[in-house]
Design a protein around this ligand. Structure first.
Ligand SMILES: O=C1C[C@@](O)(C(=O)O)C[C@@H](O)[C@@H]1O
Length: 220
């Protein structure tokens, strides 16, 4: 699956972009933290599309400037509206509460527990512990770490392979591109791509280029 992140700063453009992206991608990610303004009604609209709803806090590399309470309420609204996925950080102390809320209301939303490191990729052992902990809380473990060398790439692909089908694993940066191309082959549920230079993280491969490579390698 290929996910295109929607990085617009207003809801009207975000929905327009999502519709355009869904003509070429399997799913979109609404980066709600990048919107100047957002309401629960907007979240209800986003949830109608095959999407990941993400409200990334500044302490995890995002742009959310509202309160924690508001942030978690928006995520809960997405869950109430049966969004396909929501993304909550492993470092979010209330992540278990959010999963409990989903279970209590019987929502169909799948919960991604995510971990980011914009400087480095931890050792394979540490990555494995992160994934294990994330899977003990939510439905899908996601990590996006800066890949600085070949060993990082190999470790990322090995951890993806070990947790195939329950993981989204990403190496960020130029060195990480191989993980964005091969990750799905090793069992990552999806990969994030860019669209005509629009991206939400370093190293995202343009979606048309990615599709060409996958076609060449019979990966899709
Ligand atoms: O966590 C991730 C992965 C990502 O950081 C990437 O490296 O493609 C892009 C983010 O938008 C998304 O929420």
């Amino acid at each position: 699956m290929i996910c295109l992140p929607v990085v617009e700063d207003n809801v009207e453009e975000a929905i327009k972009t999502a519709k355009k992206y869904l003509e070429i991608a399997d799913i979109v990610e609404f980066r709600v933290d990048m919107l100047k303004e957002v309401s629960e009604e907007d979240i209800a609209e986003f949830a109608k599309y095959p999407s990941i709803i993400t409200v990334r806090p500044e302490w995890e590399g995002g742009y959310w400037r509202g309160s924690d309470e508001e942030r978690l309420n928006l995520i809960k609204k997405a869950i109430e509206c049966n969004a396909k996925f929501v993304d909550i950080e492993l470092r979010e102390e209330k992540n278990r509460e959010i999963v409990k809320f989903r279970d209590e209301i019987g929502s169909k939303t799948k919960i991604i527990i995510s971990y980011h490191d914009f400087e480095k990729t931890p050792s394979k052992e540490v990555l494995d512990d992160i994934v294990k902990k994330a899977l003990s809380i939510g439905d899908i473990a996601k990590f996006a770490t800066m890949a600085n060398n070949k060993e990082d790439v190999l470790n990322i692909l090995e951890v993806i392979n070990k947790y195939s089908g329950k993981i989204i694993g990403i190496g960020m940066g130029e060195n990480g591109k191989l993980t964005r191309i091969l990750g799905v082959y090793f069992g990552s549920i999806l990969t994030f791509a860019s669209y005509k230079g629009k991206s939400s993280a370093p190293g995202q491969v343009d979606i048309e280029t990615l599709k060409e490579i996958w076609k060449l390698m019979n990966l899709k």
